[in-house]
Write a protein that binds this ligand. Structure first.
Ligand SMILES: NC(=O)c1ccc[n+]([C@@H]2O[C@H](COP(=O)([O-])OP(=O)(O)OC[C@H]3O[C@@H](n4cnc5c(N)ncnc54)[C@H](OP(=O)(O)O)[C@@H]3O)[C@@H](O)[C@H]2O)c1
Length: 286
């Protein structure tokens, strides 16, 4: 059994990934309490103890709006600390798997097009800037996979789907942005992609790793309500209107659709987002 060091193992993605990988690998999962990745000596000591074949980083500062106010803290976790993990991975000969985001792109691409891995990132938010730095640092590991995901939701964390369900418990109407395009992605699908990357070990590099299919936050919410059997009225609004309602909110890319052609080329085919959402809701609403 290969050894795996999984950092950020109690986050929304990390928690589910840990549970799944434990069935196939010898997993050491760490949390911020047991291993703060901003402490390089601690990361190195842990890696020497575990002797990992893979080091997976699910740790991050993920509150997109808070990143605007605390960009220095976000940079430490999403950017600088990734260099610690990458350098340690290189030193102990491990393959580094790092999770990044569609928010590294500016979103100005025509909405009938999707970003490929070789397109130039140009983040419009503090979160995106710090995650881009993280990507640049992750690549220093040499043996690395950077998996860019998007609009992530899962059972073990705060996320958009849960927020919409909670709002629909009390509100007759929810206003949702209808001019941002992307791929909602369930943590279960992302875990499946990570497992296949670990099994197949394709060429190192960046892989866009989301559910299949594209939508807007508005259409996604309509789908959530339909599948959850709720009759809450969902009203479309523009990003501009949303920003007027919440001036502190971070700018977000208009189009962050990620092409999965490269993932397909290595034999990985994620499920459609509608199917992943239905599976998630079955568990969430139990
Ligand atoms: N959520 C999304 O919509 C989304 C979209 C695209 C990409 N991603 C990426 O997907 C990955 C997983 O996201 P997620 O939603 O599962 O995140 P999450 O639930 O916020 O989990 C992140 C974990 O990292 C921990 N952490 C923070 N600082 C740390 C440090 N210095 N050392 C060790 N651990 C630390 C957090 O601990 P505390 O909770 O105690 O701070 C938390 O347990 C991240 O790389 C994220 O950027 C997420």
């Amino acid at each position: 059994m290969k050894n795996v060091l999984l950092v950020g193992a109690d986050g929304m993605l990390g928690g589910e990934l840990r549970e799944r990988l434990e069935k196939i690998y010898n997993v050491t999962g760490t949390t911020i309490e047991t291993l703060d990745i901003t402490d390089k000596d601690a990361v190195l000591a842990k890696a020497k103890e575990v002797e990992p074949y893979f080091i997976i980083n699910c740790a991050a500062y993920t509150n997109v709006d808070a990143c605007e106010v605390h960009e220095d803290v976000a940079k430490k976790v999403n950017g600088d600390a990734v260099l610690n993990v990458a350098e340690v991975a290189k030193e102990v000969g491990a393959t580094f798997i790092h999770i990044s985001t569609d928010y590294v792109f500016d979103g100005k691409l025509d909405v009938d097009k999707a970003y490929t891995e070789d397109m130039e990132p140009a983040p419009v938010s503090a979160y995106g800037r710090t995650k881009l730095l993280g990507e640049q640092n992750a690549a220093k590991a040499e043996k690395y996979y950077i998996l860019r995901t998007a609009w992530l939701y899962g059972l073990g964390g705060k996320n958009f789907v849960k927020t919409m369900l909670k709002l629909s418990d009390t509100m007759p109407e929810i206003k949702v942005v209808n001019d941002q395009h992307g791929s909602p992605t369930s943590t279960t699908t992302l875990c499946e992609i990570i497992e296949q990357i670990m099994e197949k070990e394709p060429a190192y590099g960046i892989y866009h790793s989301t559910n299949e299919g594209f939508t807007t936050w508005y259409d996604f919410t309509v789908k959530i309500m339909e599948l959850a059997g709720r009759d809450t009225k969902i009203t479309p609004i523009s990003s501009k209107e949303y920003k007027e309602m919440y001036p502190q909110s971070s700018d977000r890319p208009t189009n962050s659709q990620l092409s999965k052609e490269k993932l397909h080329s290595v034999g990985i085919y994620p499920r459609a987002y509608e199917e992943a959402l239905a599976n998630y809701l079955k568990e969430e609403l139990k």
